[in-house]
Design a protein around this ligand. Structure first.
Ligand code: THU
Length: 234
C-alpha cells in the first residue's frame, strides 16, 4: 500500500498544517502507527516516527522497520536507524493491520496501571512511570521510554497521548499516572504543557505510594501556562 490517509487525518498539526505519519513494524510482525503531535510550545512536539517507535516499544515489542510515505523523512531518521538497527521502507500495511491502541476499559484501574509499569523502557533511570488515559473510545496506555540520547526519550504521559491521537481515540476524558519508586508522583513541566493542550479542564489522577491519590485538572497543574493562541493558523 502506498499511503495511509487515515493516519494522515489523525495527525494533530494545528500549528503547521502539515500532517505526518509513520508506521513501525515490530519483531512480532505487528504494525504500530504514529502521527505528528504538535504542541503550542513547538519544541514539545512529537514526531511521527518517534510516536510510532515508542508506540511499538510501549507495547513490549522491538522495532525492526520504519515505514514512511515516499519522499518523507525526518531530521532524526539517521539516529533512529542506527540506534535500533532499523530498515526503512515505503510499503504500508492495510489499515486493518495497524495495532489499535484503544483498549476496553477495565474495572481495576490502579492494578492495571501498576501492571503496566513492566513495559517501561528505563535503561537509563530505572524509574518506571505508567499512564492510562480514559478516552471517548476506551483506554489508552503509556509508559516512559528512554533511549541513549536522553532528550529523545518520552515520559509515560506523552507516550499515552501520542498513542491516543494516532489511534483516533477522540477526546481524552481523564489521565491516571503512577510512579511507585517515588513517594510522590506528579507530572513534569513538559508533560503539564502537553496534558493541558489535550485535557484542559479534565482531571489528572496521581496515585501516591501511601495508597491514596490526588486529582486535579490539567489546567490546575499548570497555572500561567503558555497559551500562544495567536500561533494557531490551521
Ligand atoms: N517521567 C515520566 O514518565 N513522567 C513524568 O511526568 C516525569 C518523568 C520519566 C521520564 C524518564 O524516563 C524518567 O521518568 C526519569 O526522568
Amino acid at each position: 500500500m502506498k499511503s495511509l490517509k487515515i493516519l494522515e487525518s489523525r495527525a494533530y498539526t494545528p500549528y503547521s498544517g502539515s500532517p505526518q505519519y509513520a508506521v513501525v513494524k515490530g519483531k512480532s510482525g505487528n504494525y504500530y502507527p504514529g502521527v505528528r503531535v504538535e504542541n503550542v510550545s513547538y519544541p514539545l512536539s512529537i514526531t511521527a516516527v518517534q510516536a510510532a517507535l515508542y508506540g511499538c516499544m510501549s507495547e513490549s515489542d522491538i522495532p525492526v522497520e520504519i515505514i514512511l510515505p515516499e519522499g518523507d523523512s525526518e531530521f532524526l531518521i539517521d539516529y533512529w536507524k542506527s540506534h535500533f538497527s532499523l530498515k526503512i521502507s515505503h510499503t504500508f500495511p492495510e489499515e486493518s493491520e495497524l495495532t489499535n491502541y484503544i483498549l476496553q476499559p477495565g474495572n481495576e484501574l490502579r492494578k492495571d496501571l501498576e501492571k503496566l509499569l513492566e513495559r517501561a523502557s528505563v535503561s537509563e533511570s530505572n524509574f518506571p512511570v505508567a499512564c492510562i488515559l480514559e478516552t471517548e473510545k476506551g483506554w489508552v496506555t503509556g509508559v516512559n521510554i528512554e533511549v541513549g540520547s536522553w532528550p529523545l526519550g518520552l515520559c509515560a504521559e506523552r507516550v499515552a497521548i501520542s498513542k491516543a491521537v494516532a489511534s483516533g481515540a477522540g477526546q481524552i476524558l481523564a489521565a491516571h499516572v503512577t510512579a511507585p519508586k517515588s513517594d510522590y508522583v506528579s507530572p513534569c513541566g513538559a508533560c503539564r504543557q502537553v496534558l493541558f493542550e489535550h485535557l484542559m479542564s479534565k482531571r489528572v489522577y496521581l496515585y501516591q505510594n501511601d495508597g491514596g491519590y490526588f486529582d486535579v485538572t490539567a489546567e490546575q497543574l499548570l497555572p500561567y501556562h503558555f497559551k500562544g493562541d495567536v500561533l494557531k493558523k490551521f
